[in-house]
Design a protein. Structure first.
Length: 286
């Protein structure tokens, strides 16, 4: 890559960053400006009895402005791991519970989905035998499994992990099968020529070639799992970022709700970015 191309890309990234900051500032400024309470009765005039009855002096029913959300964010992030009881835990603890459930169900799904995906991708017989079950089970909403999981497992924590497992397994399984089936037949033939066993062929030839596709499936799965855990925790309650949002909504604290929504987006971005970097590294290594 020549110097001109590098400078152009650097300039493009700088301009894009500046534009993103400008859009953010403009959006927050517009939000803050539109959030001001309407002036009733004229400037400096007392509100009439009718205006008081209609809530002219009440500002609590409005969506909180960015300044109030930033104030709440400072309060929460200054002590994110406090624990003052079952219904009063810091945002760090709540996110920790959610991440634990997501990663537990996600890793369980990976342990099962990737080997089965290899089997389906390498064996047309197993593909034809298992494909009907996959196509029937895959469209089912993960939350539809929650009542059955609660009845059978009888534990809300394990049930939430099971829901993450069931929503994470399908993208990984299908992408693994697709990646394995798409490996060039010439490479497999060379492995047979060198009399490699099926296990060595899978690990030394097929896995490196299919790794980018497998990681793409894992990236899709982690995004779906992080989406589903919020809804699952709203149902089962107790702990987690989903429960935190529901509890703050019951307290009519919209500033905390919006702050939690932003934190969900940031954590989801970091999870996706970590797997995106792993995918780039594997592709570069290839």
């Amino acid at each position: 890559m020549d110097r001109t191309t590098t400078e152009w890309k650097f300039s493009l990234n700088v301009r894009a960053a500046l534009l993103a900051v400008l859009i953010l500032v403009a959006g927050l400024g517009l939000w803050e400006g539109l959030n001001r309470a309407p002036v009733m009765g004229g400037v400096g005039a007392e509100l009439s009895e009718y205006e008081l009855l209609m809530g002219g002096a009440d500002e609590t029913a409005r969506v909180p402005p960015p300044s109030q959300i930033l104030e709440r964010a400072w309060e929460e992030l200054s002590n994110p791991f406090y624990d003052a009881g079952p219904n009063d835990k810091g945002i760090g603890i709540q996110l920790g519970y959610s991440l634990y459930r997501v990663l537990s169900g996600y890793l369980m799904a990976a342990v099962i989905a990737i080997p089965i995906g290899f089997l389906i991708g390498m064996s047309p017989l197993m593909y034809k035998a298992l494909n009907p079950y996959i196509q029937v089970l895959r469209p089912i909403s993960p939350l539809a499994w929650m009542p059955l999981a609660l009845f059978i497992i009888r534990d809300s924590e394990a049930s939430a992990i099971f829901v993450i497992f069931i929503c994470s397994i399908w993208p990984m399984l299908l992408n693994t099968a697709f990646g394995v089936a798409g490996v060039r037949q010439d490479w497999v033939n060379v492995a047979r020529t060198h009399e490699l066993s099926p296990m060595k062929t899978a690990f030394k030839v097929i896995l490196p070639a299919a790794a980018p596709t497998i990681l793409t499936g894992m990236r899709i799965s982690i995004g779906i799992a992080w989406l589903v855990i919020v809804a699952a925790e709203m149902l089962v309650g107790g702990t987690g970022i989903g429960y935190y949002i529901w509890n703050e909504w019951n307290n009519l604290d919209l500033a905390s709700v919006i702050f939690a929504i932003i934190m969900i987006g940031i954590v989801g971005f970091l999870l996706d970015a970590s797997l995106a970097q792993a995918t780039k590294f594997v592709r570069y290594a290839d």
